[in-house]
Ligand binder design. Sequence first.
Ligand SMILES: Nc1nc2c(ncn2[C@@H]2O[C@@H]3COP(=O)(O)O[C@H]4[C@@H](O)[C@H](n5cnc6c(=O)[nH]c(N)nc65)O[C@@H]4COP(=O)(O)O[C@H]3[C@H]2O)c(=O)[nH]1
Length: 633
Amino acid sequence: MASRPLKPLSADQALAFKLDKLRQILIASEFCLLIVVIQRLLLGSWQTALILTVLALILGLCYYVAKYGRLQVGAALFLTSLTITTSYFMWVYGGLNDEALLVFPAILIFSAVIASYGLLVLLLLYMLGTVMLLGYINEAGLYTNEVPARDLSSAFLTCAILVMVTFSVWLLSRDLRNLLEKLSRENLRVMESKDEISRLYNHDPLTDLPNRRLAKELFEQSMALAQRENSKFALIFLDLDHFKAINDSLGHAIGDEFLKKMAQRLQSVLRDSDTICRFGGDEFVILSQNFVDDTQIHQLAQRILRGISRPFYINGNELVVSGSIGIALGPNDGLSFDELCQKADAAMYSCKDKGRNNYCFYNQDMNQSEQEVLQLTQDLRQALSGDQLCLHYQPKVELKTGNIVGAEALVRWQHPQRGWISPVEFIPLAERAGLIVELGLWVLESAVSQCKRWHELGYKNLSVSVNVSAIQLRRGDFELQVKQVLSQTGLSGEFLVLELTESLLLDVQHSLQMCLQGLREQGVILAIDDFGTGYCNLGYLQRFDVNMLKVDRSFVSKINQSKQDEAIVRAIIQMAHSLNLEIVAEGVETEEVAEQLRLLGCEKGQGFYWSRPCPPMDFIELVVKSSATTRGL
Ligand SMILES: Nc1nc2c(ncn2[C@@H]2O[C@@H]3COP(=O)(O)O[C@H]4[C@@H](O)[C@H](n5cnc6c(=O)[nH]c(N)nc65)O[C@@H]4COP(=O)(O)O[C@H]3[C@H]2O)c(=O)[nH]1
């Protein structure tokens, strides 16, 4: 392992450490002094005993000065008094032969630990001076120290000093070792957190796959290699279809588990040289290099699609999804990561538009249309906050009487530069950009308030139909939104028709079922829009307590020209009657079609024959006219 830098002690920690050491050394010194004082008393050396007792008292005082005053002052007092006393005994008794000399090295060790460097140097100079002076005066004969007797008392004194010094040094070294261990543990912990932070910085925490940042780095490495080897590389953008439905209906825990399993599944279908990354949500990116012709990429994309479409089993749920794949190839489509990402993304959206569960290679036209889409999405955002949107109403007519019984609200966008834009163009954009929730709520509020105004004008039987996008329903609070709008406007639920698409009801999710049930409990009418174009799986009609079918205009408009269309419409009408469902034919353009539908038993119709979708004022004029006609005025 590389050597790691040690973490320095904080000033407070260093002070506490030094104070603790001073306390330990003082205790050891006091203990040693006590023993020597007792020994001296027993030997009748009263003067020595007195000096040592005074020293012991001074040492005690030092601790209090250090603890309650200033550490450095206390430590300096302790070390100097010990040094002076030691040198005093050396002068008075054995000189350089005195046992007290043993205390000097101990004092130097203590001062290195608890005192300042300045004091350490001063004490060393003092000791060197004392030793040199003693040697000199003895040699010059100016003064002669007596050579002490090497008896048991001297041995005892030496032992006491050695024990005191050893004990103090042992305490110091033990604490230093502990401190070092603690520091290296702390250091290791810091390094581990640093590694973890760097891992989190570069990886997606859920799947542990490289994130966008690392993907970019890896891409740059593989691109450099591919350029050197003159080979191709691909950036594959994968978006799971309908993953949000899993999250919304089964909860985020299952959604997360699903993504983890999906990451493993994807890894299992890729080659070792391919790298899979997660960009967040249900978006995965695969970096593939080292292939010679596009067939290999076709095969890879097919393998991925096959892999992800195999069912996943989580908590007793069988989950099946498909994916949409966009592929950009380097070096032809670009050399930079961002450019290829953007192009693969455009290809992926184009793939989604073509019906999902497929893969598309990027081509030039996509980029252009993608930029247009981005611009239009930005404009739509502004349109929502401004007054560029409005609702037009298309009458719904009772075929038997010709009475207008309601209207379908259809949103219109007048773009400041491009003029009127069809909802067929901007609703999918709003869905893609997540704006549909805001847009849908605005449509709901406006349509319901408008219907309430008609009721207040006296046309109390009129209902209003609103188109609902699958995304609005899956968001979870749609039922509450409807409830609030109805209670704020005071319109009864039975005058609100929500038009849902067949494909939406095929998503058999519990939360969706609960939402639709909640709406039915508010009296709201549920209609299936564009009926006949979808899956014709009729089980959902009863499961969701649907009230109305709207037959798609592709069958209705040619009912008088095509026997087959007539047969389909007849069958739908019969089935609807047997299931007790109301039926509305869309796209009625001629009187003949209207008449034929009436003869087939269809109750209601809607289409250009009666009126195109029109502003609310025009609509109410139509209502006035139709009621005057039916009253024979
Ligand atoms: N050829 C022909 N067409 C007829 C006839 N009668 C009605 N139409 C058109 O058929 C469409 C009926 O709406 P849709 O099937 O719900 O289809 C709607 C609906 O799916 C969506 N849409 C419109 N407004 C909204 C909205 O507020 N929310 C949502 N989520 N979708 C909306 O946009 C689609 C298209 O709306 P529009 O362009 O207004 O087109 C409308 C209407 O103008 C006819 O006799 N002949």
